[in-house]
Design a protein around this ligand. Structure first.
Ligand code: ATP
Ligand code: MG
Length: 399
């Protein structure tokens, strides 16, 4: 069966009034962005309170559906046949042809669900259901009706034109990127932070990212891995500005001057400070991390509190209550897992203490940081000033 167009279903709850237009316009923009990855000419139109994607040329069906499955805000993708209203007899024969093409094996149950959005149509929805149902049964003796659990829900929508569809391919849900501001993701090469970025982007938030590397202790390969992860997240989140910050001197200074069991916490406090400064400079209003309670010493309640203390912006931690296994499942689903588990060194693991504190005392941490006075300011400024910004978009987009 060859389709020329798709109806895009989206959750309408909570997007009434003016917000609805913003939501729909953002969704149209994001659909267009995603379809740039696919060869072919597409039209994306808002019509009759629906969003349609129509192919004006040859196109690859699987690639198109795959691209649409990466667009937040889409609840369902319905490949459909759209016909002109040439009277009920024509509709009946078109529906029969549709069923024949779509379901070569006729051992199925079905139910007709019609919707008459155009009230001047001569039959009401009950009439359409009954007459089309009867016509299908007559045309295909093996097919049965099941009004409760049909294999096929045959949908017919009478609008200016008539839409016929029976398949709803699930979309990713969420809200279109661009409807809820911008946040700065602390992106490491691990499993968690790409998932955290995905989850916040899913709420319509544009993502910038920051990666702290420590050359020569961390390699170019480790950095490339983060670039690759950002690219995978950008398939959903749209283009990402990745800020790469050289953290070596700061890390060395902390290593030299502070107690080793506090290294990780102090280091993380500096990461948050820098991330926040970059967020402010780039119009992001919140930070995102992949932290989850108790996962490692730096993520106990007390450690999280000590890290959080330097932040004045909200810090979103979407994985806070997730088990590792649950995070891994999402990473696999969104395609970041295989890259995340590549064994390149992380800047945190190189300087990590044998026995890091799990219940840091905030006053003690502040006293330790005090020892960096007069040294850290210049290193901090240099780290911010020398950040390298990499514009990340999926490869196909940059063609
Ligand atoms: P992940 O799998 O995301 O790396 P993790 O389990 O390794 O997380 P930590 O190393 O404690 O945990 O890091 C917690 C969070 O801090 C990460 O999820 C990420 O948001 C941020 N983070 C850690 N290291 C870096 C880094 N080098 N650059 C940027 N952000 C980092
Ligand atoms: Mg990590």
């Amino acid at each position: 069966m060859h389709f020329h167009s798709f109806m895009i279903k989206y959750a309408e709850i909570g997007i009434k009034g003016k917000n609805r237009y913003l939501f729909e316009d953002a969704l149209v923009r994001q659909i267009r962005r995603a379809l740039k990855l696919v060869e072919g000419d597409f039209r994306v139109v808002k019509e009759d309170g629906r969003i349609y994607v129509a192919a004006d040329s040859d196109y690859d069906y699987d690639e198109t559906v795959d691209a649409l499955r990466h667009v937040f805000g889409i609840a369902g993708i319905c490949p459909m046949v759209q016909i002109d209203d040439l009277g009920f007899d024509d509709l009946r024969s078109q529906v029969i042809r549709y069923m024949d093409d779509m379901y070569p094996d006729k051992h199925i149950t079905f139910k007709v669900q019609s919707r008459r959005a155009r009230k001047n149509y001569p039959l009401d929805s009950n009439g359409i259901n009954a007459q089309i149902g009867e016509a299908v049964l007559e045309a295909f003796p093996q097919i049965r009706v099941d009004v409760h659990h049909p294999d096929v829900l045959l949908c017919i929508e009478i609008r200016q034109r008539i839409n016929i569809y029976s398949e709803v391919i699930p979309g990713p849900g969420g809200m279109p990127v661009g409807t809820n501001g911008k946040a700065m993701l602390l992106l490491s090469g691990g499993i968690d932070s790409p998932v955290a970025g995905y989850m916040i982007a899913k709420r319509g938030v544009v993502i910038d990212a920051v990666y702290f590397h420590a050359p020569p202790y961390t390699s170019d390969r480790a950095k490339q891995k983060v670039v690759d992860l950002a690219r995978l997240v950008s398939r959903y989140a749209g283009p990402i500005n990745l800020h790469v910050v050289n953290f070596t001197d700061i890390q060395m200074a902390i290593y030299e001057h502070c107690p080793h069991d506090e290294l990780t916490i102090i280091m993380r406090r500096y990461m948050m400070r820098i991330a926040q400064q970059l967020a402010e400079a780039n119009g992001a209003a919140a930070l995102i991390t992949g932290e989850s309670i108790g996962q490692v010493a730096s993520q106990t309640m007390k450690s999280l509190a000590a890290t959080n203390e330097v932040c004045t912006m909200p810090v979103f931690r979407p994985l806070i209550g997730f088990d590792k296994q649950e995070i891994v499942e999402i990473a696999k689903k969104i395609g970041t897992y295989e890259t995340s588990i590549l064994p390149y060194e992380d800047c945190c693991t190189i300087f990590v203490a044998k026995h890091p504190v799990t219940k840091p005392n905030l006053n003690a941490i502040k006293r330790s940081e005090y020892k960096l006075n007069g040294i850290i300011e210049e290193l901090y400024q240099k780290a911010v000033e020398t950040e390298e910004t990499i514009w990340i978009e999926t490869e196909e987009q940059s063609l």
